[in-house]
Write a protein of this length. Structure first.
Length: 288
């Protein structure tokens, strides 16, 4: 399978191009240079054909599955540039599989992630995706919990989103998922002071209950002696880097394929391995 075959196969939108994806996963040298080059061309605004553009959606996920860390910087640049351009490339996966792709690519990119989180010019959905990646890096030991707690403590003054910005919810989720009980009073204060503004379209007072429930769940998962409990919690909360399983690519494909769900049309010999399967694919992992 040559470059042209790979691009044509991954640009397919009628069905999951699993044979092409499998070939790429088994033969990284055949696809990695192509998709790194296309990412760079997209970043620099150089010409990319419509077929190449469509193929790059799965190309990004392949680079993540293969842990090609060189892809983190150009992917970040694309996501943080023109929001319409980014949406045309990754679609609704920005709230689902793209955060997990960032987790796979940005294992030691906590500073770069925080810079994007703190950027007021960047779309809040993109900032949320990088906050999830940053939180995963803390959970995975790439940043100490004490340093992370201080970053989140300063968030209301250093990042300070608009009062009705949904990034506040992502901030609360990060605090809860990291089990930072010491920051609970700060979360309450942001509501009481009006820095977080309740509104019908997004932030609600009931989110404080969700926050407390999430915090309790996170603490319980860490305290349980059964290591499987914590692993299950990580999977449930989608703190699992994007991998090379069929289920991972099915999840990604839901955002671009004409058929949407593909579970009833899977190849009989597919490699079904354990992977996260969000119950709310278009809005990211449930906060409940």
């Amino acid at each position: 399978m040559n470059r042209q075959d790979i691009v044509a196969g991954l640009a397919e939108r009628d069905d999951l191009p699993w044979p092409t994806l499998s070939f790429c996963l088994e033969t990284p040298a055949a696809c990695v240079p192509t998709f790194l080059l296309l990412l760079e061309r997209e970043t620099r605004g150089l010409p990319v054909s419509a077929e190449e553009h469509d193929a790059l959606f799965f190309g990004i996920h392949l680079l993540a599955a293969l842990r090609i860390e060189e892809a983190f910087k150009p992917l970040s640049a694309i996501l943080c540039s023109d929001s319409q351009k980014a949406a045309a490339l990754v679609h609704d996966s920005i709230g689902d599989t793209i955060p997990r792709a960032l987790m796979a690519l940005g294992a030691d990119q906590t500073d770069a992630c925080w810079d994007i989180i703190a950027s007021p010019r960047t779309d809040w959905l993109v900032r949320e995706a990088f906050l999830r990646c940053w939180t995963f890096n803390v959970l995975d030991g790439h940043l100490s919990l004490d340093v992370a707690a201080e970053k989140l403590r300063q968030f209301p003054t250093t990042v300070a989103p608009e009062p009705d910005n949904l990034l506040w919810i992502a901030w609360m989720t990060a605090i809860a998922d990291l089990g930072l009980t010491s920051l609970s009073p700060l979360v309450q204060l942001t509501f009481e002071s009006g820095q977080i503004e309740p509104n019908a379209l997004g932030v609600l007072p009931s989110d404080m209950k969700v926050f407390r429930d999430d915090l309790e769940d996170a603490l319980h998962a860490r305290a349980d002696d059964d290591t499987g409990t914590y692993a299950h919690w990580l999977e449930h909360k989608a703190y699992t880097p994007f991998g090379g399983t069929l289920q991972d690519f099915i999840q990604a494909g839901k955002h671009v394929l004409k058929g949407g769900g593909l579970e009833d049309r899977l190849p009989s010999d597919a490699r079904l391995l354990v992977a996260a399967d969000s119950t709310n694919p278009f809005d990211g992992p449930s906060r409940g």
